[in-house]
Design a protein around this ligand. Sequence first.
Ligand code: BYC
Length: 323
Amino acid sequence: MTTTDSTPAPQGLQEHFDATIARDQRIEPRDWMPDGYRKTLVRQIAQHAHSEIIGMQPEGEWITRAPSLRRKAILFAKVQDEAGHGLYLYSAAETLGVDRADLTEKLIEGRQKYSSIFNYPTLSFADVGVIGWFVDGAAICNQVPLCRSSYGPYARAMVRICKEESFHQRQGYELLLTMMRGTDAQREMVQDAVDRWWWPSLMMFGPPDDASPNSAQSMAWKIKRHSNDELRRRFVDMTVPQAEKLGVTLPDPDLRWNEESGHHDFGTPDWDELMRVIKGDGPLNTERIERRRAAHDEGAWVREAATAHAAKRNKRVQEGTAA
Ligand code: BYC
């Protein structure tokens, strides 16, 4: 049960909600929640689900071109995991009273967002490794705290997703370690991919805190546990020693350890670029949505067949003739 923000909550329910949040306990689908909390969750979870599904495209393009059977099997498994993540997340969103078909429609019509990172092209196989290392690494930094998100179904979905993201990050890093032990041309491919993906990866965490309209309320509701800038800094601190071990240079002349703060200082991402990409004007926004729309249209017969099959089975169950 929800109320609109302008409608007062039924007696005691708002207090109960606030107390549950204050005690760090979970809100479950059956509980009363303010409408703004529900809308924020639908927005974030749907966007997250869409990101997983659109995120299958940049790497999926390399499945037929993977250089060995082993790399193909690993990449196949990873892309399949992403489909699974999307499905858990759509299920979590459905516990808030929305319909996944409707969410997909909104994505295809450009009324809901997905992560900016998936609008950049994958130009070489090294990009597959760098996506695993940076993009899944950023996802881990962002998503591990979401395992403690105040909404139960979202937090529980994140536990499994994070375990799989951790495998994804390792496979990416292992691929890059292998390439760095190879030829000069392979090492150049890795450095080139690092140069192209570094700044877009930092943008995954969202705008800076002073330009993030949703953060304060989301943190008060304990949907988000840390601010965008805090998580971005955590990612930089985690990645710098990994880059050193790998033997690549991160493309930021301002990147250096700050003894006093105990963190790395780093340069400022191009926030205008992030805003352009979010608004639909990134390198591949049009292609990504067109591909998603085509996949949706091509899958219509599967959905119809599955619906007809479920209806037939239900009828048999009702008639007591199920096998
Ligand atoms: N891209 O007030 P803010 C993955 C939007 S998938 C696009 O800071 P919030 C993976 C934001 O939505 C990774 N849009 O918002 C998959 C808001 O617009 P709306 C996806 C962005 O929600 C396959 C506006 O800008 N991870 O891991 O407090 C292969 C203002 O922002 C972006 C998630 O979705 C962006 N980068 O914080 C490999 C994690 N940044 O909605 C890996 C869950 C901001 O008001 N999401 N916007 O119209 C979150 O943690 C938060 O939603 C964000 C943004 C940190 C992303």
